[in-house]
Design a binder for this molecule. Sequence first.
Ligand code: CO8
Length: 258
Amino acid sequence: MTDYETIIVDTRGRVGWITLNRPEALNALNSTLVREVVTASKEFDADPGIGVIVVTGSERAFAAGADIKELADQGYIDAHLNDPFARWGEFERLRTPVIAAVAGFALGGGCELAMMCDIILAADTAKFGQPEINLGVIPGIGGTQRLPRAVGKYKAAELILTGRTMGAEEAERSGLVSRIVPAADLLDEATKLAEGIASKSLPVAYTAKNAMQAAQESPLTEGLRFEKQAFAATFALGDQTEGMAAFRDKRTPQFNHR
Ligand code: CO8
C-alpha cells in the first residue's frame, strides 16, 4: 500500500476509506492532498474487492476549502498552468460509488469535494458553504455548477454570492445532504451505509452510478435512452440471474459481481 502524507487509507471488508488528515489546516486541500486522494481512490477503483469508497475528515472539518496559503500568490496564468485541482476529473470519473461522510466545515473546495461524491451523509455539526467570494474569487472546482443542480438556482446564488455557511439541517432541507446523523454516530452510520451498498452487485452499482451521472449531464431524452441501454445490459450479468432467482426462491441473493 502506498505511503501517504495527508490522508489515511484503510480497507475494511469491501469498503475503502480515505480520511483527510491535515488537522493543522482543517484539511485544506493542497496539491499533495489532491494528488493523494486521486491516487488512493483510483487504487480502490481498480480493485474489484472494493464496492464503495468513503471519504471523510475529522470531527472539526471535512475540509475547509482549497489551501489558501498555496493559492495566495498565484496569478491568472498560474491558475491555468499549475491548476492543482485538474486531477479532480479523475476522481469524478471513478466507477465505484463514493460516500462523503461530513462533520464540521465543508467549505469552498471541501463542499465541492463532497459534491463530487455520490452520497453526502452529514453529522449534525456539518457546515456547508462556498465562501470564495470573501477571498475575491469564485468557486473553481465545480461549485457554481453542482450547487445549483443540488439545491436549485436561487439558493445556490444566495450561498455563492454572500459566501454564507449553512448548517446540516438547512443542507438536508435543500437536498444537498441525503441524511443527518448525530456526530458521534457518523462513522458507524457511514460504515452501515457503505457495507449495505457494497453487498449489492458491483457491476450493477457501476451501471446505476453511470446512469445517474448521465442524468446530471444530458437532456432527459438522451438520459432516458442511456438508461434503456444500461438497463438492458444488466440482463447480461450473472448477478441479474441470481438476483431474480433469489427473489423467486425467497432467499437472500449471493452476488458474485459478474
Ligand atoms: N487554507 C489554508 N489554511 C486554512 C484554511 C484554508 N482553506 N482553512 C483553515 N486554515 C488554517 C488556518 O489558517 C489556521 O491555521 P493557523 O493556525 O496556522 O493560522 C487553521 O487552519 C485553523 O483555522 P482557524 O484558526 O481559522 O479556525 P477557526 O475555527 O477560527 O475558523 C474557518 C474556521 C471558519 C473554517 C476558517 O478557518 C476559515 O474561514 N477558513 C477558510 C474557509 C474558506 O474560505 N474556504 C474557501 C477556500 S478557497 C477555495 O476553496 C477555492 C477552490 C477553487 C480553487 C480552484 C483553483 C483552480
